[in-house]
Design a protein around this ligand. Structure first.
Ligand code: SF4
Length: 73
C-alpha cells in the first residue's frame, strides 16, 4: 500500500517518558522493568495514524520516527 506508514523507534534515546503508550496504546508499549518503549505495531492501521503522529510529536526524546514511502514525515 503506497500511503502506508511505517513506525520506527530508537530505544537507545528513549527516556521512558511513556507519552507514546498513553497516546497510542495499540502501537506503543513500555517495558515492564526499564520503561523503554516497545513497538507493538510497525505498520499500524490507518485509524491509528493520528495517534501515532501525536505520539511522535509528544515524545520528549524524539525517539519515534514515522516513515512514509518516498518521504519522511
Ligand atoms: S514517548 Fe518517547 S521517550 Fe517516552 S517512552 Fe515513548 S519513545 Fe520513549
Amino acid at each position: 500500500v503506497d500511503d502506508e506508514l511505517r513506525v520506527e523507534v530508537d530505544a537507545d534515546v528513549c527516556v521512558g517518558a511513556g507519552q507514546c503508550a498513553l497516546v497510542a496504546p495499540d502501537v506503543f508499549d513500555q517495558d515492564d522493568t526499564d520503561g523503554v518503549v516497545r513497538l507493538l505495531a510497525p505498520h499500524p492501521d490507518a485509524a491509528s495514524y493520528p495517534a501515532v503522529r501525536e505520539a511522535a510529536a509528544l515524545c520528549p526524546s524524539r525517539a519515534i520516527r514515522i516513515v512514509a514511502p518516498g518521504r519522511r514525515a
